[in-house]
Design a protein around this ligand. Structure first.
Ligand code: SF4
Length: 346
């Protein structure tokens, strides 16, 4: 069972208070210099006392933080009120600011064969507070460690499948958009492709206009099922249809779909695979492709594609007139890179 969340507990604690009191309380969570409910001086002392006693200011606590050799990636193991641990990552980005990679679940049910989190199975989805507080945790960390720069981007590429925790992910994003300087195009929700939830998103007027990335990993149905056993029948046909509808409704230069493609040596990195991918993406509408060589996980039989194979793969895809980039792998030495989260949690 998930712990109760602040926006539900607050009105239950103060049934006679007007709704704007909760907005004030939520605003305070993001204000610099405020370290607890006791710092909200616009509230009466009895309100502050009740809040301090009944409602945790932070929904997660830090077990430990590790920093990589280069000093540009930090990984935290956070603990929930019910004692579960999950990981979140802070990375220096190209603009000299910080990107945080947040988790949406403890573990994951999607079983991607190359991923450490997938091997854990799913324990439970995180609450909206536990997602929101990953941002607050790293914001405080930057201040405490006197690290220059601000959090400019959030990516849902940590533990879990965000579309399998749709409502809490949506609530967390809406909270950040309301109380931080993050704009919607600075937030990316990366999903393995839970099609019925992606459909829901197209109809949902409250879904914020954030960026969507699809973890594709293969443009061949059978091979994708081998890499991601939770792939649904006829997935690629349905996804192409969804992507075209997304393009019609929400797509523009800033809201193209990004396809993530992890290059695994001998599995999906050949010239034939590159051509297959390019032909598929051309059918889906405006898109970008982002490749990343696999970050190896101990005990898994997969290795990363060599850089010359990555370059060849990129050349072939771009010869079809498609936009393809290679993502930088960060934090591999502290198991903070994509697909590696969970190694510390265990
Ligand atoms: S890659 Fe993402 S969706 Fe797949 S098992 Fe890992 S955490 Fe889950």
């Amino acid at each position: 069972m998930q712990p109760p969340v602040r926006r539900e507990r607050f009105p239950a604690l103060f049934p006679g208070e007007p709704a704007f009191r909760w907005t004030q309380a939520e605003q305070a969570l993001f204000q610099e210099g405020k370290n607890g409910w006791a710092d909200i001086t616009t509230f009466s002392s009895s309100m502050r006392e009740t809040l301090t006693k009944e409602l945790p200011w932070m929904s997660v606590v830090s077990d430990r933080v590790v920093t990589n050799r280069a000093g540009d990636t930090h990984k935290a193991v956070l603990r929930t009120a019910d004692g579960l641990r999950f990981e979140t990552v802070l990375m220096k980005n190209k603009r000299g600011q910080w990107t945080i990679c947040v988790s949406s679940q403890v573990g994951c049910a999607m079983r991607c064969t190359f991923c450490a989190t997938g091997a854990m199975g799913l324990t439970r989805s995180l609450t909206s507070d536990e997602i929101v507080d990953q941002y607050r945790f790293w914001k405080t960390y930057l201040v405490e460690k006197v690290l220059p720069g601000r959090i400019s981007n959030v990516v849902f590429m940590g533990m879990g499948e965000p579309m399998a925790n749709y409502e809490n992910v949506k609530a967390a994003i809406r909270t950040w958009l309301k109380h931080t300087d993050l704009g919607p195009v600075r937030i990316t929700v990366s999903t393995v492709g839970v099609l019925w939830q992606l459909d829901k998103l197209l109809e949902d007027k409250d879904w914020p206009p954030v960026r969507i990335a699809i973890s594709l990993h293969s443009a061949n149905q059978k091979r994708r099922e081998e890499i991601i056993p939770s792939t649904t029948p006829d997935f690629l046909t349905h996804l192409a249809d969804w992507a075209r509808r997304y393009g019609d409704r929400q797509g523009n230069r800033r809201h193209h779909v990004t396809y993530e493609y992890t290059l695994i040596n001998g599995v999906n990195d050949s010239e034939e695979h590159a051509k297959e991918l390019a032909s598929y993406i051309r059918k889906t509408g405006a898109a970008k492709i982002n490749v990343i060589p696999l970050n190896p996980v101990p005990g898994k039989p997969f290795t990363a594609a060599a850089q010359r194979r990555v370059d060849r793969f990129k050349d072939i895809v771009s010869s079809f007139g498609l936009d393809i980039t290679q993502r930088r792998s960060m934090g591999e030495d502290i198991a903070a890179a994509c697909g590696q989260l969970a190694l510390e949690t265990k």
